[in-house]
Design a protein around this ligand. Structure first.
Ligand code: FES
Length: 128
């Protein structure tokens, strides 16, 4: 018997992967969550020198959030767009990072659709 199915364990309901010899989910598995991805937009403001906030990154953030919502409502995949602290490329802002994807520098309004297209693409899980 798989140790995870041992009723004396704290979480006996945990699916035992070692018993899983098929691609089928266990019968009690929750439905698959819709695929989603996350985009971070630096909105940091520096008092001296360049920073993303004084290169209109908040406008980029709002545009990405608005278009991501519109695309999701039209049946597209869910893309979360979040503000971020400094990413370390202050002179090349606005900076946008797609988790598991590319790092975009000097982002313009014209780049919003392409960034969302990239974020919606299926991607491989990151390795350790
Ligand atoms: S202020 Fe945006 S990367 Fe530093």
């Amino acid at each position: 018997m798989c140790a995870a199915l041992d009723p004396s364990r704290a979480f006996p309901h945990v699916w035992c992967m070692s018993n899983s010899n098929t691609d089928q989910p266990p019968p009690h598995a929750p439905p698959q969550a819709p695929r989603s991805s996350t985009i971070y937009v630096c909105t940091n403001l520096r008092m001296s020198g360049n920073s993303c906030a004084n290169q209109k990154s908040k406008d980029i953030l709002k545009a990405l959030q608005s278009r991501a919502d519109e695309r999701a409502l039209a049946g597209g995949p869910m893309v979360k767009v979040r503000p971020s602290v400094c990413m370390g490329y202050c002179g090349e802002g606005p900076n946008v990072k797609i988790i598991g994807g590319d790092f975009h520098h000097s982002v313009k309004m014209d780049d919003v659709e392409a960034i969302l297209d990239e974020a919606e693409k299926p991607r491989k899980p990151e390795s350790d």
